[in-house]
Design a protein around this ligand. Structure first.
Ligand SMILES: Nc1ncnc2c1ncn2[C@@H]1O[C@H](COP(=O)(O)OP(=O)(O)OP(=O)(O)O)[C@@H](O)[C@H]1O
Ligand SMILES: CCCC(=O)O
Length: 353
């Protein structure tokens, strides 16, 4: 069975074709900032990115005989983890969602390609809005709002299963703290296969990250909103996009920051060490969620490759549980595997309502 996998990111669109479990091709189409800047919202990039994918597949002579197209799920309404058949409700909610993220295009493009292929199904799996929070985690100190999570559910779960497999156990038998260190940093407590606590990595919760502000002093933020100095859009960018290392150091490229530090830049060192410090604090906090019974801490994402960050982070968290590193991400393989498990009847597909 031929499966097409689509994973749009902020600067690239990844695509892969699998023949059952076997990867036949993996491509990453890079987007120049000037090509994306002209679109007001990420969903406006739909035609542009869809056409690039189709052109690339045609160029590589890939037959359009897919049994399924699976995309990285978008930020529609919260849902339990699993594999979902894309339906009209999901498409509408993804297009109309308050939160915008390049992954929205995964769902929209997967459906649009699949619908033109006879017999082809379209899926998403473990989108960033997977919500398995416990009742305490939803509550914050005002009735005006409640906590939600937006996190790297797909990669965290893929890494969790990989780790469990490597040690000969089931993910569902383990208590894990997983930290995805990417452009955003998400941290979740996985209690026997359920992510009972996770941060909203997109919206200003958790540690600051390469391009996100993380948790901010709330009253200062309110005063800033009413200061007349910024529009709503500008301030939202100060929370996700023009925030974190990008705002504090003018770059989110970790290699560049590491080289500044190696050349004696004390300010860069202070900021990066602060990011490590806050990340460690949020990781350790998840141990309380699991009553201190933590089988392992798993670190993943692009920054898990950093020889500067990882040893310093480990030094602050190793006392909780053994820490393992899974640099990068397993998203393409995880998506393909999820589609295949539905096509072969191993997993029951869910309906988004
Ligand atoms: N070899 C490396 N050493 C140090 N840092 C690295 C390395 N490779 C990537 N990074 C850093 O990882 C970060 C990006 O991580 P990643 O690729 O996981 O993010 P993303 O896919 O853009 O966003 P996200 O993971 O939040 O969806 C950047 O700050 C980048 O500089
Ligand atoms: C939906 C992925 C979460 C993030 O980018 O922070």
């Amino acid at each position: 069975m031929l499966i097409l996998v689509i994973n749009p990111g902020s600067t690239s669109t990844k695509l892969a074709v699998y023949e059952d479990e076997k990867p036949m091709l993996l491509r990453s189409i890079s987007h120049r900032p000037e090509d994306l800047e002209k679109f007001e919202e990420v969903t406006d990039e739909f035609d542009f990115r869809r056409q690039l994918i189709i052109d690339e597949l045609k160029k590589l002579n890939v037959p359009f005989t897919f049994s399924a197209v699976i995309g990285r799920g978008g930020l529609s309404k919260p849902m339990a983890g699993g594999v979902y058949e894309i339906n009209q409700k999901m498409l509408d909610d993804t297009r109309n969602a308050i939160h915008k993220h390049a992954c929205d295009l995964g769902c929209l493009i997967a459906h649009s390609i699949a619908k033109n292929i006879p017999g082809c199904r379209s899926f998403i799996a473990d989108p960033g809005v997977v919500d398995e929070l416990n009742d305490y985690a939803r509550i914050c100190g005002t009735p005006l709002m409640h906590r939600i999570c937006i996190w790297h559910a797909l990669n965290q779960r893929a890494i969790a299963r990989r780790f469990a497999n490597e040690i000969g156990k089931n993910y569902e038998d383990l208590n894990l703290i997983i930290c995805h260190l990417g452009g955003g940093i998400s941290i979740a407590a996985h209690d026997h296969g359920r992510a009972v606590d996770a941060n909203n990595a997109l919206d200003g919760e958790g540690p600051f990250s390469p391009e996100r502000a993380g948790s901010l002093p709330a009253a200062d933020l309110v005063r800033l909103c009413f200061s007349g100095r910024y529009t709503e859009e500008e301030l939202l960018k100060r929370i996700a996009g023009q925030a974190g290392l990008m705002a504090l150091l003018g770059t989110k490229d970790m290699k560049e920051i590491e080289s500044r530090i190696a050349n004696g830049d004390e300010h860069a060192k202070l900021i990066l060490d602060a990011m490590i410090y806050h990340t460690a604090k949020y990781i350790v906090a998840e141990a309380a969620v699991l009553y201190g019974k933590v089988d392992a801490i798993l670190l993943t994402g692009g920054i898990a490759r950093s020889e500067y960050v990882i040893p310093r982070l480990r030094k602050r968290i190793d006392f909780i549980a053994p820490t393992y590193c899974f640099p990068g991400e397993d998203e393409m393989e995880a998506l393909a595997g999820n589609a295949l498990s539905v096509l072969t009847g191993k997993v029951k597909v869910k309906t988004y309502v």
